[in-house]
Design a protein around this ligand. Structure first.
Ligand SMILES: *[C@@H]1O[C@H](CO)[C@@H](O)[C@H](O)[C@H]1NC(C)=O
Ligand SMILES: *[C@@H]1O[C@H](CO)[C@@H](O)[C@H](O)[C@H]1NC(C)=O
Ligand SMILES: *[C@@H]1O[C@H](CO)[C@@H](O)[C@H](O)[C@H]1NC(C)=O
Ligand SMILES: *[C@@H]1O[C@H](CO)[C@@H](O)[C@H](O)[C@H]1NC(C)=O
Length: 692
């Protein structure tokens, strides 16, 4: 039998009385300060304390030192120097005693072997427009477009503005044909591959793309492959000994342009464009040129490249959750770069490593997250989100049932100003977290205050684009996601000048913006990993959908009489009611926080519904003709000049209406509206969690 210390007969010692008094005082203090909560929640107190430790252990020095090492050498995916960075990230995670592992894939990559470009002017001179921006810098890959076919062309140059449909239309109206010509386009909003495809459709034989801007120098490298992930394993992971399509397979070939293309420097572009004759450019292009061509200047264009299978490496650090190890909060950033990658992407990698350092410190002080946190370092994003996509495809079912959220940071710091994109249920959390983080550029204010004071206000973008690793998570797997960055449109994008020096001279001289990104990123993750009820708000989602409906209604114009938006109205109402019920339930559960088993199970049941609601927006059949894209609210429209950057299926139906009769097109739009409405209903039912 165990002897109890407090025998009824024995008198308490003075020390015990003293301790008892202290305990009573503490209880009194809590009841004064938390008058409404009957029970003090030690977990919540603890989580608050660790969030404070997280913020106060930030260091611009450590972030700078990580970035310095990450950017010592160029590290293009699939090349030997990129392995050094894989090993560096692994070594950092291991030195922090974090559980670490890597996954490898064999995927189709693309590299240049030879290229040249010269201009033959009418005065008889030939200019070599050398395709190297720093000829002494042999470490940097020569300027190229990944997955461009090899080819040569000796043809007249012609200028097509941004290479959009409206631009080719304007050229036609000038009675100018680009057939047989080498097209020169300035980079706008269209993906490079789409510009090349449109040039090809108009009969061009090769394409040169340059980027404008006062401070722009060098060549902007980039991919011209369409779609997402490894072209040889569309929809499944490119594992060793797995199925791999032949390079000649039609499904592979359709991802690549058929005519060759290369980047052009703005200096070389100016030289060529100023020598063009022909019709003067349309006024609305706002360019100072005599003519758009073709010619008389002739270009001698050669590009030779090879597509080859290479090994890529994703690196993971895992912090196992104490209570819900099977629920995952994922933080991801890619590691591969076209050149030195100081902005793109290693400003994000440096922030990720600093979060790892701070989480490890918290673990030494006794913290363990409630749910599992996974830090992901992706490879081959630049080629087309390959590392993240292969992994998502490989883990689709586990992610589908267990992923809480995916938090992406690509180019963490490009300059001043906070920018963020998110699926709408995460809006409220983002606003709250930015109120806790110091603004890097103005003493005494928070990120939130500076952000709210900008022209756009606290504008949160949506994740319909396919320009970073959130694409497979949102658009294929339906995982609530966020994408965070400071600054935009930096002049050294994808050039050899994206170096540590550029960062210290221009992007973030004191590394305070890096600290802010790491703070927001890591704090959002801590809430998602530690809050007993997930801070998801589906009323924001419903409000956003309501605005989309109004926008769509205006866009439909005359078709509105024949196309009904009623299914959208009804399904959005269902989502509103489910969202309100979930909010009420969350409020009650938050008030009665204890560790009792039944409450834990109730919390978990609500959290699962909050997670699964986003999956409701997925459709097994995906977008028509692009089945990999499963999300019916967010995804890229097939027509990049579409006015809708949401409801991609409806956007496609509207774009195709020109090729159909009025009746057919209205039926197609109506069908897509029904599909979106059913998706919203699925989300609402998942949130309600009851069977019909
Ligand atoms: C283009 O050609 C058509 C038919 O020859 C002519 O009517 C029109 O004026 C021309 N447009 C321009 C801008 O030269
Ligand atoms: C020939 O024309 C090009 C382009 O206009 C110009 O840059 C170059 O200086 C000219 N060369 C001579 C010798 O006039
Ligand atoms: C075009 O350039 C290639 C490679 O630099 C060269 O071999 C070829 O002679 C050039 N063609 C003409 C017509 O100048
Ligand atoms: C970190 O911030 C401090 C305070 O602004 C600054 O003096 C220091 O130079 C910064 N360190 C780095 C590496 O930029």
């Amino acid at each position: 039998m165990v002897e109890t210390v407090w025998k009824a007969t024995s008198k308490p010692s003075p020390l015990c009385t003293f301790l008892l008094l202290i305990i009573l005082c503490i209880l009194g203090f809590y009841s004064l300060h938390y008058p409404h909560s009957t029970v003090i929640n030690p977990n919540a107190q603890n989580a608050l304390r660790f969030r404070h430790i997280f913020l106060s252990s930030a260091s611009n020095y450590t972030i700078a030192s990580y970035l310095r090492i990450l950017t010592l050498h160029p590290h293009l995916a699939g090349t030997a120097p990129s392995l050094a960075i894989v090993n560096y990230v692994v070594a950092q995670f291991k030195s922090l005693h974090l559980q670490t592992h890597t996954t490898q894939y064999k995927t189709l990559l693309s590299y240049p072997t030879h290229s040249s470009l010269s201009a033959h002017f009418t005065n008889g001179t030939v200019h070599d427009l050398s395709l190297s921006d720093s000829s002494d810098d042999v470490a940097v890959v020569r300027p190229y477009h990944a997955y461009s076919p090899s080819g040569t062309a000796f043809a007249k140059a012609v200028f097509v503005n941004y290479g959009r449909d409206v631009d080719f239309q304007a050229i036609k109206e000038l009675n100018v044909s680009v057939k047989g010509c080498i097209v020169i386009a300035r980079r706008g909003d269209l993906p490079r591959g789409i510009v090349v495809q449109k040039a090809e459709e108009n009969g061009a034989v090769a394409v040169l793309i340059y980027t404008e801007g006062e401070e722009v120098k060098g060549f902007e490298r980039g991919t011209v492959m369409s779609g997402v992930g490894d072209p040889l394993s569309p929809g499944w992971a490119a594992v060793d000994d797995g199925e791999s399509l032949e390079l000649e397979d039609a499904r592979v070939l359709k991802r690549f342009p058929k005519i060759p293309s290369m980047p052009l420097s703005v200096r070389a572009a100016q030289l060529i464009l100023n020598s063009l004759g022909g019709a003067p450019p349309p006024e609305k292009w706002r360019v100072d040129l005599r003519g758009v061509g073709p010619g008389p200047t002739i270009l001698n264009f050669t590009y030779q490249g090879e597509k080859k299978v290479g090994t890529i490496h994703n690196v993971f650090a895992i912090i196992r959750g104490s209570e819900e190890p099977d629920r995952y909060v994922l933080l991801g950033n890619h590691r591969d770069a076209w050149t030195y990658g100081a902005v793109d992407p290693n400003s994000g990698t440096a922030a990720l490593l600093d979060i790892a350092r701070r989480y490890a410190l918290m673990m030494r002080l006794g913290w363990q997250p409630r749910r599992t946190i996974i830090l992901c370092s992706w490879d081959a994003e630049e080629f087309g989100m390959i590392g993240s996509t292969e992994w998502v495809e490989q883990n689709l079912v586990n992610l589908g049932s267990k992923a809480v959220a995916y938090l992406n940071v690509d180019c963490a710091v490009q300059g001043p100003g906070f920018f963020v994109g998110a699926t709408p249920q995460l809006d409220s959390l983002l606003l709250e977290v930015t109120k806790k983080v110091k603004d890097p550029d103005s003493e005494g204010s928070t990120v939130y205050e500076k952000w709210a004071a900008t022209n756009a206000g606290t504008n949160i973008q949506r994740l319909s684009g396919v320009d970073s690793d959130f694409a497979p998570f949102v658009q294929h797997a339906g995982v609530p996601s966020i994408d965070i960055y400071y600054g935009r449109d930096f002049p050294v994008y994808h050039t050899a000048f994206d170096s540590y020096e550029w960062m210290t001279n221009n992007g973030d001289p004191l590394f305070h913006r890096h600290v802010a990104v790491a703070g927001i990123w890591g704090l959002v993750a801590l809430h998602l990993a530690d809050d007993s009820i997930l801070p998801f708000n589906y009323l924001s989602y419903a409000e956003q959908l309501q605005r989309y409906k109004v926008f769509l209604s205006n866009l439909l114009g005359e078709d509105k009489a024949k196309v009904s938006l009623h299914p959208l109205t009804t399904s959005i109402q269902e989502l509103v009611s489910a969202a309100k019920e979930a909010e009420d339930e969350a409020k009650i559960l938050r008030q009665q926080e204890t560790t009792g088993d039944s409450v834990v199970l109730k919390n978990r049941a609500l959290n699962d519904r909050l997670i699964l609601a986003e999956r409701g927006f997925l459709d097994v059949d995906g977008l028509q003709g692009r089945q990999w894209f499963k999300h019916l609210i967010y995804g890229p429209p097939g027509d990049h000049e579409s006015k809708l950057d949401f409801f991609p299926g409806i956007a496609d139906a509207i774009s195709q209406s020109a090729r159909m009769s009025r009746k057919e097109s209205q039926a197609a739009i109506q069908h897509e509206i029904w599909r979106v409405s059913r998706a919203i209903q699925r989300a609402a039912r998942a949130l309600k969690g009851e069977l019909t």
